[in-house]
Design a protein around this ligand. Structure first.
Ligand code: AMP
Length: 356
C-alpha cells in the first residue's frame, strides 16, 4: 500500500494487546467493514473475543509475531508498554501506526518530560532521582516520586513531603530510576486526544474534565467549561505533541490546570484513552473510529459533540450494577467482558447523556 492510498474496508487491522482498548478498536473497525486480528500473550483475551482472529504469543516470540503480521495489513497497539522490539519486529513486515517513537517516549517518564520540554510544552518542576546525591539536591518538594518505567494508574508512585520522606520512598521503590515531580496544586485535570492522519492533518477531540481517585480515572465530563484560552493551550500542546512524535494515529495528553490558568502536561499515551470513551456515545466520531481512520489512511471524522455527557468508569464490583444502568434512559452501558472483578480493575464504563 502506498502511504497515500487508503486501506479499503475488508482489510485486516492487527492490534497488539488484548484489553478493552483493543476490544473497542476492533468493534469500531468492524463497523467500517474491517477485520481485526488481536495479538496477546493470553489464551483468551477480551479484545480477541470481538476480533476475527486471535494470535497467542509472548511479546518476544518472533515466530508468532511473524504469523500475526502476515494476517494484518496494518498494525497498531492498544497499550504503550508493548516492548519496542516487538513493534520493531512487526515493522519489518507491515506498517505499524503510530510507530516506535511514540512508545519509546511514552515508556519512560523522564524521557517523556524532556520531550515535552523540547516541544515547548510546560510541565511541573521535576528532576531525576538515581542516587543519594540526587536526593540531597532535590528541590521539587513536596512532590510525587514516580518510577520512570512501568507505572500506571497511580502504581509505582509515592507522595513525599521532604528529603527524608523522599529517601524512604526511593527505598520503597527499590532504588529504581525515578522522577520527582513537584506536587501541582491544580484546580482540575484535563486531557486532549489528537488524531493525526497519514497526510499529517490533525484533529483534536473536544476537551473534558477528568476526575481521578487513587490515581485512577473515575469520570470525564464534557464540555469542560474551561476558559477558551486554557482549552486553546491544551489543544496546541496536543497538536505540537502529535507533530513532534510524527505519529499516525492518536495521542492523548493528560494535563493539570492550575489556579492561575497554567496548563502543565503530566503524561501522554499514543493510543485511545479512557478519558475519550465518552466519544463513543456523544461525539460524531468515536476515538476508536478515528484511530481506524488514521491508520487506514481514511479522511478524519468530524468531532462535534452530540450531547453533553459524563463518562463514569465501572471499577471492580461497580460493574455489578449493570441492571440499574440499563434501566436508566440517560445511560449508555459498556462492559468489557472481563471474567473477574478485582479491586481497581476497569470492568466497563457508563456514559450519561445530559439533555442540553
Ligand atoms: P499519573 O500516573 O502520572 O497519571 O498520575 C495519576 C494521578 O496522580 C494524576 O492523574 C493526578 O491526579 C495525580 N498526580 C500525578 N502527578 C501529580 C503531580 N505532579 N501533582 C499533583 N498530582 C499528581
Amino acid at each position: 500500500m502506498s502511504s497515500a492510498t487508503p486501506l479499503p474496508p475488508g482489510s485486516t487491522i492487527g492490534i497488539l494487546g488484548g484489553g478493552q482498548l483493543g476490544r473497542m478498536t476492533a468493534m469500531a473497525a468492524a463497523r467500517l467493514g474491517y477485520r481485526s486480528v488481536v495479538y496477546a500473550p493470553e489464551d483468551h483475551s477480551i479484545g480477541g473475543d470481538v476480533a476475527a482472529a486471535h494470535v497467542r504469543g509472548a511479546y518476544d516470540d518472533t515466530a508468532a509475531l511473524i504469523r500475526f503480521a502476515a494476517q494484518a495489513d496494518v498494525i497498531t497497539y492498544e497499550f504503550e508498554n508493548v516492548p519496542e522490539a516487538t513493534v520493531a519486529e512487526c515493522l519489518r513486515h507491515k506498517p505499524v501506526r503510530p510507530g516506535v517513537k511514540p512508545i519509546h517516549v511514552a515508556q519512560h517518564r523522564l524521557r517523556e518530560k524532556e520531550f515535552f520540554g523540547r516541544l515547548g510544552i510546560s510541565t511541573a518542576e521535576h528532576q531525576a532521582i538515581r542516587s543519594e546525591a540526587d536526593i540531597a539536591a532535590a528541590t521539587a518538594l513536596p512532590g510525587i516520586l514516580k518510577t520512570c518505567t512501568e507505572g500506571y494508574d497511580g502504581k509505582g508512585q509515592v507522595r513525599v513531603a521532604d528529603r527524608a520522606g523522599l529517601a524512604a520512598a526511593w527505598q520503597k521503590l527499590q532504588r529504581r530510576e525515578c522522577i520527582l515531580e513537584a506536587l501541582v496544586d491544580f484546580t482540575c485535570e484535563t486531557s486532549v486526544i489528537v488524531a493525526r492522519g497519514l497526510d499529517g492533518q490533525t484533529r483534536c477531540f473536544p476537551i473534558g474534565i477528568n476526575d481521578h481517585r487513587d490515581g485512577i480515572l473515575r469520570t470525564t465530563t464534557v464540555p469542560s467549561d474551561l476558559p477558551a484560552e486554557v482549552e486553546a493551550t491544551a489543544q496546541r500542546y496536543g497538536v505540537e505533541l502529535a507533530r513532534g512524535l510524527d505519529l499516525v494515529g492518536l495521542v492523548a495528553l493528560e494535563m493539570f490546570v492550575t489556579r492561575d490558568g497554567q496548563v502543565l502536561a503530566n503524561e501522554m499515551a499514543p493510543r485511545p484513552h479512557n478519558s475519550g470513551h465518552w466519544t463513543i456515545d456523544a461525539c460524531a466520531t468515536s476515538q476508536f473510529e478515528q484511530l481506524v481512520r488514521t491508520i487506514c489512511g481514511l479522511p478524519l471524522g468530524p468531532v462535534d459533540v452530540l450531547a453533553p455527557s459524563r463518562m463514569e468508569n465501572l471499577i471492580g464490583d461497580e460493574a455489578n450494577d449493570w441492571l440499574r444502568y440499563l434501566a436508566d434512559p440517560t445511560a449508555r452501558l459498556h462492559l468489557y467482558g472481563k471474567a473477574t472483578a478485582r479491586p481497581g480493575r476497569k470492568m466497563g464504563h457508563v456514559t450519561f447523556l445530559k439533555r442540553s
